[in-house]
Design a protein around this ligand. Sequence first.
Ligand code: NAI
Ligand SMILES: NCC(=O)COP(=O)(O)O
Length: 330
Amino acid sequence: MTLRIAITPGEPAGIGPDLVIKLVQKSWPVQLVAVVDKTVIEQRAKELGASITMLEFNADDEPQPAPPGCLYYLQVNKGGAVTPGILDEINGLYVLETLRLASEKNMDGTFDAVVTGPVHKGIINRAGISFSGHTEYFAQQSGTSDVVMMLATEGLRVALVTTHIPLEYVSRAVTKERLTKVASILHDDLKNKFGIDKPRVLVCGLNPHAGEDGHLGKEEIDTITPTLNTLNQQGMNFIGPLPADTLFQAKYLDNADAVLAMYHDQGLPVLKYKGFGNSVNITLGLPFIRTSVDHGTALDLAATNDIEVGSFDLAIREAIKLATEKAQSS
Ligand SMILES: NC(=O)C1=CN([C@@H]2O[C@H](COP(=O)(O)OP(=O)(O)OC[C@H]3O[C@@H](n4cnc5c(N)ncnc54)[C@H](O)[C@@H]3O)[C@@H](O)[C@H]2O)C=CC1
Ligand SMILES: NCC(=O)COP(=O)(O)O
């Protein structure tokens, strides 16, 4: 069976359209369908000096891969031209509609996965809509109370207890309930989706030196350690809390399947230092498969032809892998 995968190119003034245009110049074993205003892609192709043929998607047709240089699209009207590199609030509303439609069409089974390009969180908020990221948006759209952001590159997976919140709220957000849910989703998905029989996960402390026995913060003693003990008594294997500044070294990582970091900028800078451009962002715990790029909108590079496609390529391949395994196991 040919899989159908939705692609949302993200912020039209950024490099999302460029990435899609470049990646469909080769053949794919699945039907890729961009949820997009077709004129955004056609205009950017012209600016890049690339050629692309847009094919209207019809859900009633048998799924089939597009030939190289062609792209199926599900139309979302944007209205007005896009200036590469220049943000516009109208783009924010348009981007959100592509995400809403992609999640709806994943939940009703039209698509087997969604791969998202980078969005500009600021411009969506400037358009008057509170938006912190795809992860939270898709959770809300699908009525899922807890999802987990995990980024993976060769030799390292990093999952996060909290995602896009101001640093001043992090301590309060690391509760026993949230940690239990995140750790359980991570454990189950490493086992069931990534085929790791007994996942071994290193857990960062929140404070410097994991609290230094309570002298540099009490969250480790009050919240993290008791929660990990409870999870481990249930047969899981969470090691920590460990000082975040020392655990990211081969001695620890070589025997670990993932690292669980307490907040965004505790875990992701390390992951991106190791594999920026060759990493994939995977949302765990959603009722559908969602993968994404490891980078942002790169407004400075839109329509320049000077971009790396590695992360988007990996995100599509990872979505195909996860969707294939899901189809085979159902
Ligand atoms: N998945 C998503 O939707 C993400 C969205 N963002 C959003 O992106 C916007 C810009 O964020 P920044 O922190 O500036 O990060 P950025 O990733 O857009 O840019 C950082 C640097 O990396 C370069 N770069 C990024 N992707 C590249 C590629 N594929 N090829 C070559 N060079 C590349 C850029 O030119 C820039 O110099 C923000 O609004 C942020 O919210 C950031 C991360 C992920
Ligand atoms: N740094 C990763 C990131 O911000 C991506 O967030 P999301 O839009 O995938 O939720």
